[in-house]
Write a protein that binds this ligand. Structure first.
Ligand SMILES: [Zn+2]
Length: 479
């Protein structure tokens, strides 16, 4: 990880955004409520297992909103499966508004955790030594709870935004057949349509020995795709090899892929990322970063930077063989040889476009190149949908985000990044809605326990994220 500085030119000193107002801190009552919601969510098992039930969690939150006086039509529980119901909450603007809403997108499911692997019960909310322990304390029930508490507080205070604020609490981000984000944007666009999405499942503040060093904001994502490459052969006895051979044909194709370099690309997010990074680097690396940003870009500089995998992944689509399987006996010619090729596709290209490209790279009509969905289903063609090419990071998000982050963690640079992983943001990006991944959770760099054992969150980080989301919601909704 590198320390980056912000140079977005989005926030001008002297603008009203810089008017120094002390960040309001949640009262003891608000903290108690937020802690109670967090505890309740941690103690409801929302894994995609027979014991898990997302609906138990979303309906518990629905009850809180209804009890608080939200109108029933603004607290919608819906989904394609009884155990995977999503909750969509709307804090309405005062009167008529032409401004599109802001959507906070939060998944409610968690990864399975085994009691035998943990020092505490993963489905019990335990406060110990300044930490909250439990499955989902980092990913991402802390943000679910902070946003539920924030929406309840804004409603109780009679806050009327200038645009609707929407909170979607969804199923099956971590796995499972009923991804709520995808289902909502496709089946109920009217409920979740927004000018942009804030997804606290990504980004956040990185701490080193308690000191905030950088705040990352996921401003675009690559698309994850798997492809199954298969060579078949009549086979036969291995004492009588034939010129055609499934293993050799497959490995020859994979070697072509190994030698292939996808075209160099930049978008507005990676441009800002490398601009910021160049200011932190020195020598040849800094010069190369500036050279790729020039018009026309210096491709030799891009090639030098690409030697570093983390830079390379920001400069192009990548595809790499990750699994291999062939043959059925030591003394038989393989009848099948199969590989999985995992691609991380640069925004603006579809999986089908990359599948066609792979076919071209292999140049062997005897090989089949099929798409493997997240659910493991294999199909002859891949989706045509492409993630939108991200616009320049938008000021109405980055200005308040930067201001509030720096009020809470003074001096911390904020930088937009392209995520190489995948979150639910991708479904909204494919629907043409810009998404920003930011959790306002501060974690030590070496204490990332998402999906792991003894997942925990510093209590102090929870209070800070609560203060952040309250102020950020008001900044986005209009003070
Ligand atoms: Zn997550």
């Amino acid at each position: 990880m590198l320390i980056l500085t912000v140079s977005l030119g989005a926030v001008c000193p002297g603008s009203p955004l810089f008017a120094q107002s002390p960040l309001p801190t949640a009262s003891a009552e608000d903290r108690a409520l937020a802690r109670g919601i967090f505890k309740e969510l941690i103690e409801i098992n929302t894994t995609d297992t027979p014991k898990g039930n997302v609906t138990a969690a979303t309906s518990a939150m629905q009850k809180r909103f209804l009890d608080a006086g939200f109108a029933a039509e603004d607290v919608r529980l819906l989904g394609p499966d009884a155990q995977k119901q999503n909750l969509v909450v709307r804090l309405r603007a005062a009167g008529l508004t032409t401004e599109k809403p802001v959507l906070f997108l939060c998944h409610m499911d968690v990864v399975e955790a085994l009691r035998s692997d943990w020092h505490t019960n993963p489905f019990e909310f335990v406060e110990k030594d300044g930490y909250y322990y439990g499955r989902g304390t980092q990913d991402m029930k802390e943000s679910d709870a902070a946003l539920v508490a924030t929406f309840l507080r804004l409603h109780r205070e009679g806050y009327k935004p200038k645009r609707d604020l929407i909170l979607a609490l969804t199923a099956d981000e971590e796995g499972g057949k009923f991804n709520g984000a995808n289902w909502l944007v496709r089946q109920h666009r009217e409920l979740v349509d927004a000018a942009f999405v804030i997804n606290p499942d990504a980004g956040g503040v990185e701490l080193e020995h308690g000191r905030a060093v950088v705040a990352d904001v996921g401003a675009t994502e690559k698309v994850y795709s798997d492809f199954q490459i298969t060579a078949v052969n009549a086979g036969g006895h291995s004492s009588r090899p034939r010129p055609d051979n499934a293993i050799y044909e497959l490995t020859a194709a994979l070697n072509k892929l190994a030698a292939y370099v996808f075209p160099f690309e930049l978008n507005e997010v990676t441009r800002t990322y490398f601009t910021n990074l160049a200011g932190q680097e020195s020598g040849q690396t800094a010069a190369d970063m500036r050279a790729i940003l020039a018009t026309p870009p210096d491709l030799a500089a891009a090639a030098r930077l690409s030697a570093e995998p983390s830079f390379n992944s920001n400069l192009r689509t990548t595809c790499v063989a990750t699994r291999l399987q062939a043959g059925h006996a030591n003394n038989a010619l393989a009848q099948t040889a199969q590989a999985n090729v995992n691609c991380r596709i640069f925004p603006g290209h579809s999986p089908e476009e990359i599948r066609q490209q792979l076919i071209g790279i292999f140049g062997d009509a005897k090989l089949s190149v099929k798409y493997v969905s997240d659910a493991g289903e294999v199909s002859d063609t891949a989706p045509e949908r492409k993630a939108m090419v991200p616009p320049a990071p938008i000021k109405e998000v980055f200005a308040p985000l930067t201001r509030l982050t720096q009020e809470i963690w003074p001096g911390t640079p904020v930088t937009p990044v392209m995520e190489n992983g995948a979150s639910d943001s991708i479904y909204f990006a494919q629907a043409g809605i810009p998404c920003y991944g930011y959790s306002a959770i501060a974690l030590e760099r070496d204490d990332d326990r998402a999906h792991g054992q003894d997942e925990r969150l510093p209590v102090d980080s929870y209070w800070k994220s609560l203060d952040f989301f309250y102020a950020f919601s008001k900044a986005l909704g209009g003070e």
